[in-house]
Design a protein around this ligand. Structure first.
Ligand SMILES: Cc1cc2nc3c(=O)[nH]c(=O)nc-3n(C[C@H](O)[C@H](O)[C@H](O)COP(=O)(O)OP(=O)(O)OC[C@H]3O[C@@H](n4cnc5c(N)ncnc54)[C@H](O)[C@@H]3O)c2cc1C
Length: 512
């Protein structure tokens, strides 16, 4: 009889694990607490607009790196148009100057040298690293847990420059690197890109992938992308139960044997994979004696991606003059405002989706902005819905007021708006303190590993953004694949995977 794998959560990681488990002959049932797939990778309707809730760029969207194979196996890019931006990110100053970080490394180098010839050493150090990352690919064919000494030696000899660069750039924060520039404009541009305490490795890798045209934007956004993977999972014969929140992982001695839902139903399986929020898995679903002290320490020590308030606007304007970029346009605010009791907002980064016509009616545009905020502030407000909604409205007004200054006459063209707070992310996906990518990759954390298995519990695995520092869709999907490789290894079975296209071809042949 086929063995059964129970998967908790139908986000990116859960769906990926489900697809690979089906390719390897396991029965799979996903229990999802919500009423749809996708988790954080989702979109929603806002009048005639569609809000893209996650996907800005997808590593592996083009050929040339191992991650692309995963998207092909999951059928994620079937029928998708991919937009590869020429600009990664744009930064504007109060006096109207603008810096564009180009995705072509040669253009980026020339451009930065033109702005700051006196910073040539540090500019060339950055572009040399990007060029190394372009040349070498990260290993994605098997999980580290299954790598032996031979794999280690092989990697050392074939990928030494890559490993040396990973160590070097992983240990430098964006802030430390930015401070090495004497040109304030470049310094500011880097400091405002994302979280300055993040490791520079994230920037170097992203720019290398963008140069290779393999970190593009799949037109249609988050839900359209996830729907392809859901379709593939169902075509492979996988099952999903919605509105099924898992309360407990059932164990007997040191073996897992199933799960219990909040409604009291119990379901039995040979393996259980949690693709849900890591904190709930560790502290709520499992008996505390199963959790090793070092894992608890990691949960206490590691920094989270701070939660965000996301403001989305539907605007009756085409923004034809704004060059599109992967990370958006960052500009200073004429009217700074407070997003909570701790954070004053002095700049906004706006994603102007003038390049994805599927998200807005003809001639109109979806504009979104993510603003770092505080979970406890919003949790406090949520107890009083009136206050909570009033706070959301105040933020929308402040964003529109500032947009009006940057894009005169825009105010009266805003025809729809929506605000998601850290509480929205928490309620919708269960993610700890509303964190939208799990653990922040910093010089202190980038080399750490969060284990996918527990030493005292057989048959139980964890996947998704909480076991991959830095989070994101590719690592969530890869962790799903890796865990099925570990299960196949435990079953002494050869792991197999194949592109989704093959399945579609077989289905077509069967129909004929
Ligand atoms: C605004 C934003 C922008 C982003 N931009 C990008 C980007 O450009 N590129 C990129 O690669 N990534 C991006 N990400 C990150 C990416 O979306 C996430 O890292 C990824 O989707 C995480 O997938 P996951 O499966 O690990 O977790 P989740 O998406 O959190 O999925 C977990 C699932 O488990 C379910 N669940 C939780 N608890 C239970 C329970 N007790 N019982 C049953 N089900 C449960 C949840 O409902 C959810 O469906 C972005 C995210 C956000 C929010």
């Amino acid at each position: 009889m086929d063995k059964t794998i129970i998967i908790i959560g139908a986000g990116m990681a859960g769906l990926a694990a489900g697809c690979y488990a089906r390719m390897n002959g396991f029965r799979t049932i996903i229990y999802e607490m919500g009423n749809r797939t996708g988790g954080l990778c989702t979109s929603w309707k806002m009048g005639n607009y569609t809000v893209n809730g996650s996907l800005h760029w997808l590593v592996g969207s083009g050929e040339g790196i191992g991650l692309h194979q995963i998207w092909q196996e999951l059928g994620a890019l079937e029928g998708k148009e991919i937009i590869n931006h020429d600009i990664f990110y744009q930064y504007e100053t109060h006096d109207g100057r603008r810096v564009s970080l180009y995705t072509d490394v040669n253009k980026l180098e020339d451009y930065l040298l033109e702005i700051a010839p006196y910073d040539h050493e540090v500019i060339r150090e950055l572009t040399a690293a990007i060029r190394t990352m372009i040349k070498y690919d990260l290993p994605t064919d098997k999980p580290e847990e299954l790598m032996g000494i031979v794999d280690g030696i092989k990697m050392f000899f074939t990928k030494f420059p890559l490993m040396r660069n990973i160590l070097k750039w992983g240990n430098i924060s964006i802030k430390e690197f930015a401070n090495r520039f004497s040109e304030p404009l470049i310094k500011e541009t880097l400091l405002n890109y994302w979280h300055p305490e993040m490791s520079m490795l994230a920037v170097v890798f992203t720019l290398a992938w963008m140069h290779k045209r393999t970190a593009g934007y799949p037109v249609g956004g988050s839900s359209a992308f996830i729907e392809n993977i859901e379709k593939q999972y169902l075509a492979l014969g996988g099952k999903i139960h919605y509105n099924s929140k898992v309360k407990t992982v059932l164990t007997i001695e040191d073996w897992v044997y199933g799960i219990e839902l909040e409604n009291g139903e119990k379901h039995v399986g040979d393996y259980v994979i949690s693709a849900a929020d890591g904190y709930s898995t560790i502290y709520k679903m499992l008996d505390k004696h199963l959790i090793p002290t070092d894992l608890k320490e990691k949960y206490n020590k590691l920094k989270l991606f701070p939660p965000v308030v996301m403001v989305s606007l539907g605007i009756d304007y085409d923004f034809y003059h704004i060059a599109h970029s992967a990370n958006g346009l960052n500009f200073p605010l004429e009217y700074p405002f407070k997003v909570d009791d701790k954070h004053e907002v002095r700049r906004l980064t706006c994603q102007i989706y003038n390049y994805d016509k599927t998200l807005a009616p003809t001639g109109k545009t979806l504009v979104t902005t993510l603003i770092d905020s505080d979970f406890d502030y919003w949790k406090g407000l949520y107890a009083d819905k009136e206050l909570y909604n009033a706070a959301k409205d105040t933020i929308v007004s402040a964003v529109i007021h500032n947009l009006e200054h940057r894009f005169p006459m825009i105010r009266r063209k805003v025809e729809a708006y929506n605000v998601a707070t850290p509480i929205t992310y928490h309620n919708y996906t269960g993610n700890h303190r509303g964190s939208y990518e799990g653990w922040l990759p910093t010089p202190a954390s980038f080399r750490l590993q969060v284990p996918k298995v527990l030493p005292k519990l057989h048959g139980f695995y964890m996947i998704g953004q909480w076991v991959e520092i830095g989070g994101g869709l590719p690592s969530a999907a890869l962790s799903g694949k890796n865990v099925v490789q570990l299960i196949c290894d435990a079953e002494k079975q050869t792991f197999q995977s194949y592109p989704a296209k093959m399945l579609y071809k077989l289905a077509k042949l069967a129909d004929e």
